[in-house]
Ligand binder design. Structure first.
Ligand SMILES: [Zn+2]
Length: 413
């Protein structure tokens, strides 16, 4: 059984048409006209593959396929179908196409599984509309509730409640999207790598072993604005010079911890911001990620201690506020083994890797054992119109997802 490169190409090309920015990449916000059109396409493909489509209270779309034991927890395969502004045609859609293709193969081969299967197209993973990433999976796990209907707003001032209603969903059904831990036998997701590792090393497929933990902080150092000409160096309270020490220390700490640990200061604001004024207030972000929780926590503690030490030495004010703290999530070892065994038997090169980006699978791990396959991104590019993955590579990924899904769902004789 092999996935059809042509059918995968068709899915991805058709879905790419549903963009608010034709000629400038895929822009598909959740619950927009483009969402409605993409949804209609996916639903038609699901029906054509013999699935029973339904939507949950949060707006996620599923196609159900009966198994011999229908009250058993289903095996779920899928990804998201929303996009960032001016993104590419593969982020999310490659995984949705993979799910559709697996369903089509099961139809063509007339396979009956022991467990039922569900094929998922999740919504608002990117958080481009409500600034709420991983929305669909978070609603499924109960991490989002009733209260969020009125607190999530889009740029036009619409709340999640009004947007859902206008789109045709009943907001009072929102919390019915929630599923219980154990109600899904396994969740499998194919996604583009969004980085250069697979292409650089000439490897067909990535087998995700873990998704890194993410921590983000907003930091501030406060000194005193003085004349840059007449204030001696010894009498200054220079907040930017102090911040520079923190930036370099974060780099050094991440390098020292290793194992893919990364630390980034990506945003900084200097006030008052004059070439002849000693910097008074510096606001900056710290983004620290690692697949090893203790390494992430060690860096955070070190940065706090450093901020305090520098502030004492230079008589500065300081704060470091936690905005995000998500521990690393591990894929299920048996699923990783099954994916690896399938790749080997099919002659595809594969290697285990850690995902530096968050995905729905990391949230779904609260409900079920999860497995994730990465396919190569040309030039490592993603979240841009240039994003590209060879359709043949998506098909290889779909092949090993099919094998793993069948293994968990059980083929009925
Ligand atoms: Zn994605």
């Amino acid at each position: 059984m092999r996935s059809s490169i042509e059918r995968i190409r068709k899915d991805i090309e058709r879905l790419a048409v549903f963009t608010a920015t034709p000629g400038a990449g895929v822009t598909r916000y959740s619950f927009s006209e483009e969402d409605r059109n993409a949804r209609a396409y996916i639903r038609r493909e699901m029906e054509d593959a013999g699935l029973r489509p339904y939507e949950d209270g949060a707006g996620n779309l599923f196609g159900r396929r009966d198994g011999r034991t229908n009250d058993a927890p289903p095996v779920m395969v899928g990804s998201h179908f929303d996009s960032v502004p001016n993104g590419g045609a593969f982020d999310g859609d490659a995984g949705v196409s993979t799910a559709l293709e697996i369903a089509r193969i099961l139809r063509d081969e007339r396979i009956t599984t022991e467990r039922p299967m569900e094929f998922a197209a999740l919504v608002e993973e990117e958080g481009a509309r409500f600034a709420c990433g991983l929305y669909g999976s978070r609603a499924m796990t109960g991490l989002l509730g009733e209260a969020h209907l009125d607190t999530f707003t889009d740029r036009d001032g619409g709340t999640l409640r009004t947007v859902l209603r206008d789109f045709g969903f009943a907001p009072e059904r929102f919390t019915t999207a929630r599923r219980e831990p154990g109600s899904i036998a396994a969740f499998l997701e194919l996604h583009i790598e969004q980085g250069p590792v697979l292409e650089t090393n000439g490897i067909d497929l990535g087998l995700v072993s873990a998704i890194v933990g993410v921590s983000q902080f907003e930091a501030e150092l406060t000194g005193r604005a003085d004349h840059a000409g007449s204030t001696p160096m010894t009498l200054r309270k220079d907040a930017l010079a102090a911040a520079a020490e923190v930036v370099l220390a974060l780099q050094a700490a991440a390098r020292r911890e290793g194992e893919g640990t990364v630390g980034t200061v990506g945003k900084m604001r200097v006030a008052p911001g004059g070439s002849n004024i000693v910097p008074e207030i510096v606001n900056f972000t710290m983004d620290i990620r690692s697949s090893v929780e203790s390494r992430m926590m060690r860096i955070i503690a070190e940065m706090k201690a450093l901020m305090e030490r520098i502030a004492m030495r230079d008589a500065l004010g300081w704060r470091m506020d936690e905005k995000v703290l998500i521990p690393p999530v591990f894929m299920h070892p048996e699923i990783v083994d099954a994916l690896e065994a399938s790749a080997r038997s099919r002659g595809y090169s594969a290697r285990r890797m850690v995902s530096g980006a968050g995905h729905d699978a990391m949230v779904m791990a609260r409900l079920a054992p999860v497995g994730m396959v990465f396919v190569p991104s040309r030039g490592g590019r993603s979240h841009c119109p240039e994003e590209w993955t060879e359709y043949a590579d998506v098909a290889k990924g779909a092949d090993i997802m099919l094998d793993a899904a069948l293994r968990i769902a059980g083929k009925a004789e």
